[in-house]
Unconditional design. Structure first.
Length: 345
């Protein structure tokens, strides 16, 4: 099993300096690279201080000059916000600049907050259809002399300028949850990213089952890779683990608030939630997240991750966004590298 790091600049207060947040993000990526992790992933979000990432390719190009070995992936770009020619060309240029280390993850997006600002009237179904049209188009543009007459885009014969360093192109990943998304990924030669969000390991197994079913449905297609993205906190002791679970409880309450798109937003920051409001979502309570997420001392973390390996996952990615202070994120990441990863050598 390979290990990777997934993170954004995470701004939750007007007092948080954005330059400092970026340098902290870079430091965590440096630790992951020097610690032997396989990849670093960052996503795309707009107008949300909760996850600052307006163009992941920009971040990854910078990280390519600050790291040596890690693969550098978008986790993910949001398909309906890109024209196929633009994404094919920008990804290809990024791949050249980063010496062929790019992994290109693509999703339909999920936040109504972003849809209504970048593509008013867009719904999740249409966003998904755009993703399904975008991915084959990108492959065609990279191959060259590609003409497209689709439902959402039409353009005459076009070749990516430049073409990517990796041929026939950087590995493509699809964020998948429902069976149709898994089947689309397998049919189109894409790897798969999944996340159980705040659910327990039954969901982790269910996602693997959907992937296996998709592979079985198309036995003539090579089996892609599958990565699971999971909040993980490696604690120094049980009291520290419970503190981590409480911090994750706050994170998921705010995550859900952004997703519901109901609370006021001021200067990119969502209105603060009260303790009473958070208590109204017991699925995000510290006790539930202590059990569902991978939160615990190294031996417990090793056991949980080995169970994912046994399910068949090829890559385990630590989702580091967590409402935790930088020093706590750093300490957990260092413990994961020092105390957990050697068990999988």
């Amino acid at each position: 099993m390979k290990f990777s790091l997934f993170l954004h600049m995470e701004r939750i207060s007007a007092e948080d300096d954005e330059r400092r947040l970026y340098e902290e993000m870079v430091e965590l990526c440096r630790i992951a690279d020097e610690g032997g992790m396989h990849a670093i992933w960052t996503g795309e979000h707009h107008g949300m201080n909760f996850t600052i990432a307006p163009n992941p390719l920009l971040n990854l190009v910078d990280l390519a000059r600050r790291t040596k070995n890690v693969r550098l992936g978008t986790g993910t770009v949001i398909a309906p916000f890109w024209h196929p020619i633009r994404l094919a060309g920008e990804a290809a240029m990024a791949d050249i600049i980063m010496d062929g280390r790019l992994e290109l993850g693509i999703a339909r997006g999920a936040y109504g907050f972003e849809y209504e600002r970048l593509s008013p009237g867009l719904d999740a179904w249409t966003a998904g259809q755009k993703m399904r049209e975008l991915i084959p188009a990108i492959k065609g543009i990279w191959a060259g002399n590609y003409e497209h007459n689709g439902e959402h885009w039409q353009f005459p014969k076009t070749t990516s300028a430049p073409r990517p360093l990796q041929q026939p192109g950087p590995p493509l990943w699809v964020a998948a949850r429902d069976p149709n998304s898994h089947e689309f990924a397998v049919q189109n030669g894409c790897n798969v990213q999944v996340t159980p969000m705040a659910l327990d390991d039954c969901e982790v197994q269910s996602l693997m089952n959907k992937f296996n079913d998709a592979c079985a449905k198309f036995p003539h297609k090579p089996r892609p890779k599958i990565m699971v993205l999971r909040h993980t906190y490696v604690a120094s002791d049980e009291a520290d683990a419970m503190r981590g679970a409480k911090e994750l409880s706050v994170f998921f309450n705010y995550f859900a608030a952004w997703f519901r798109n109901e609370k006021p937003i001021d200067m990119g920051l969502i209105e603060r939630m009260t303790e009473e409001e958070m208590a109204g979502y017991p699925q995000y309570s510290p006790d539930v997240l202590r059990k569902n997420h991978i939160v615990g001392q190294p031996a417990e973390v090793i056991g949980r991750v080995k169970s994912y390996e046994a399910m068949g996952y090829d890559e385990f990615s630590i989702w580091l966004d967590s409402m935790m202070p930088f020093e706590r994120k750093k300490a957990s990441l260092e413990r994961f590298i020092r105390d957990v990863m050697p068990a999988f050598a």
